[in-house]
Design a protein around this ligand. Structure first.
Ligand SMILES: [Zn+2]
Length: 260
């Protein structure tokens, strides 16, 4: 018997009664658990195994490396999420990213902490959903091993140029003076210094500080475009929940037409 805490990322029905759930854990990455009789289990078990629930699971080993659910109790249910369709879309997007990108049996305490903090903030009234999304994308990319190079202009070494161009593909930036426009669309993103400061804050700060910053209005759009394109480029995958988020918010996906 194994006892661990984790967040439910996905549900997959198996026949009429059972379902598989994927759980993000601190020590074992994403694990797959078979919930027998999910269609008729008690409401307590039901709430503890619903999407985005943070629960303590008791698991029995099963052949083939997955587990049976033996018992479960909720630790934290993010009820506030349900009041916002866009918050649910973002929580689904975060879950799809983690299900895809986290390797089995990998230690992921920081990713679990990041997800829990994002779910907590998304479930608050008046949450700045775009900023939470951006922080998740950049910090998650960094924790998965894709940290952007935020040190200085790659050509002249300027630390904080007034204006710059950041490349999600190359993962680094050059100052406006050093930038040579490419012949083909590149997805490069022009941005002011404030956006770069925010990127540095998100990827370099201690975990407890990553959410505590503000950016001015004109720095937000390039920052948000960069975070989404950077993560998408490195994972090389489309996520249905992200497409849905763009549809319901009426925001075009950055770089969808080959430009920014
Ligand atoms: Zn330069």
């Amino acid at each position: 018997m194994l006892t661990l805490k984790g967040v439910v990322l996905t549900h997959k029905p198996i026949g009429e009664q059972d379902r598989f759930i994927d759980i993000l854990t601190a020590d074992r990455g994403v694990i797959e658990v078979l919930v027998k009789g999910a269609a008729k289990i008690s409401s307590k078990t039901g709430s503890a195994t619903q999407l985005f629930a943070y629960s303590e699971f008791s698991l029995a080993d099963r052949k083939g490396g997955s587990y049976f659910l033996s018992s479960v109790s909720p630790v934290r249910i993010f009820y506030g999420l349900r009041s916002s369709v866009t918050a649910v879309a973002l929580a689904s997007y975060f879950s799809q990213v983690l299900t895809y990108a986290v390797l089995p049996k990998s230690g992921t305490p920081e990713l679990l902490r990041l997800l829990l903090n994002c779910l907590h903030l998304l479930s608050q009234k008046g949450a700045d959903e775009q900023q939470i999304k951006c922080i998740f994308e950049l910090r998650c990319a960094s924790l998965l091993g894709f940290m952007p190079d935020v040190v200085m202009c790659r050509r002249c070494g300027a630390y904080l140029p007034h204006d710059l161009v950041f490349s999600p593909r190359k993962g680094g930036f050059v100052c406006e003076d050093c930038y040579l426009p490419p012949e083909l669309p590149s997805g490069d993103i022009p941005m002011p210094a404030g956006s770069l400061r925010a990127i540095r804050h998100i990827v370099l700060s201690e975990p407890e500080r990553i959410f505590s910053f503000r950016v001015s209005e004109r720095c937000r759009e390039p920052l948000f475009a960069f975070s989404e394109q950077f993560l998408r480029y490195h994972l090389d995958r489309e996520f249905p929940a992200l497409e849905y988020y763009h549809i319901i918010t009426g925001t075009p996906a950055p770089g969808a037409d080959g430009s920014t």
